[in-house]
Design a protein. Structure first.
Length: 115
């Protein structure tokens, strides 16, 4: 009985260790990718600016501040949300008389208390 419990315990520990290693390696890989992609994009942008002969390519000011990023994101949001038709802005309320139905008159009989 002890051998059976010990073997199950070893499998559990091994599965836990392998699981932790997989998660840790995946997080390390994602951290490396997210750290490397902006540098790669900046290098590509500098190369394109140098091809065009722009003076901005020599300086190190390709990064955007948080305010600029927020302004760009807000502008994109407003542009993408304007797909709807322009409405007149007038509200009309029409009173529609409904026909009698036993379903809409049930509320009157529910509050009828009999003594």
């Amino acid at each position: 009985m002890k051998i059976f419990l010990l073997s199950n315990m070893e499998y559990g520990i091994m599965v836990s260790i392998v699981g932790y290693l997989i998660v840790l390696s995946a997080l390390t890989f994602l951290f490396a990718v997210y750290s490397f992609v902006p540098k790669l994009l900046n290098a590509y942008t500098r190369q394109q600016l140098k091809k065009e002969g722009k003076k901005c390519a020599e300086t190190n000011t390709l990064d955007l501040s948080g305010d600029e990023s927020a302004a760009i994101a807000t502008a994109i949001y407003y542009i993408l949300s304007e797909h709807h038709d322009l409405e007149s802005g007038t509200i009309t309320i029409k009173k529609i008389s409904k026909r009698y139905s036993p379903w809409n008159s049930k509320i009157y009989s529910m509050n009828n208390y009999r003594k």
